[in-house]
Design a protein. Structure first.
Ligand code: ZN
Length: 247
């Protein structure tokens, strides 16, 4: 099985389409989505509808999805995120709102090898950014490969023979990651729609369960187009600016 793994699309349809058209993504059999389809970007309905049409075999909600569909308030968000969340609430169609409302919290078991969550297996809102945080998440995971998002930072940590090892983080996490039989992994594909590791390209990964390999990918997309839509929608200008620097 070859999984296409997407996280933190954040209503950026240009980034999503570029990823879906990327040759490694086209070779995948099934889609996994790690949450935050909406929030920040100007195309929440287009993104939700595109993902719905692709029928992911597993998908969890993110914190922005919860706020966008009224399951949670934006009180914990910073002013920019709150302004974007309020705009998203007003823009989402009732049907797409219902769809987000029905998304399950993680962790969700996909098969014997893989599980997915938004933040961490023990808390859907936790931020895992380093090896120390990762150990707690690895201990809480039920499957050898735990895929998560939320931080918008590509990260891979290996736990083998009680040793924790940072495989890579940010733009340095690139290429192929072999999955060793007697190890456990915690892997973040980075963000499709709002990368924050200094690389503005959309991030995603592919996971081949037969070859036991993960490949980390980055793809160029029409950043200027996504930025123009954010400005046209009256969303905070910062949300457009950060896309060109990947922050
Ligand atoms: Zn996010």
């Amino acid at each position: 099985m070859r999984y296409l793994v997407l996280s933190d699309i954040h209503a950026n349809i240009e980034a999503l389409e570029a990823v879906l058209a990327d040759p490694p993504a086209l070779l995948c059999d099934s889609l996994l989505v790690l949450g935050d389809l909406v929030g920040y970007g100007a195309d929440p309905n287009a993104v939700v509808e595109r993902i719905r049409a692709l029928a992911p075999i597993a998908m969890v909600r993110g914190n922005h999805d919860r706020v966008a569909c009224g399951l949670d308030s934006a009180d914990g968000f910073n002013p920019v995120a709150r302004a974007a969340a309020e705009w998203t609430v007003s823009a989402l169609t009732p049907d797409n709102c219902d769809f987000l409302r029905a998304l399950p919290p993680g962790p969700l078991e996909v098969d014997r090898l893989v599980e997915i969550c938004h933040g961490a297996p023990f808390d859907e809102d936790a931020y895992i950014t380093n090896e120390r945080h990762a150990l707690g998440a690895l201990r809480a995971a039920d499957r050898p490969v735990s895929l998560f998002g939320h931080t918008h930072l590509p990260l891979a940590v290996e736990w083998r023979h009680e040793q924790i090892r940072l495989v890579g983080r940010g733009p340095r996490l690139a290429g192929m990651l072999p999955l060793v039989d007697d190890a456990r992994y915690l892997v973040n594909p980075g963000s499709v729609g709002q990368p924050r590791d200094g690389d503005p390209r959309a991030g995603y990964l592919t996971l081949d369960t037969d070859a036991r390999q993960i490949h980390v990918h980055r793809v160029v997309y029409a950043v200027e187009q996504a930025q123009a839509k954010i400005l046209d929608a009256g969303l905070p200008e910062l949300l457009a600016r950060r896309l060109s620097i990947g922050q």
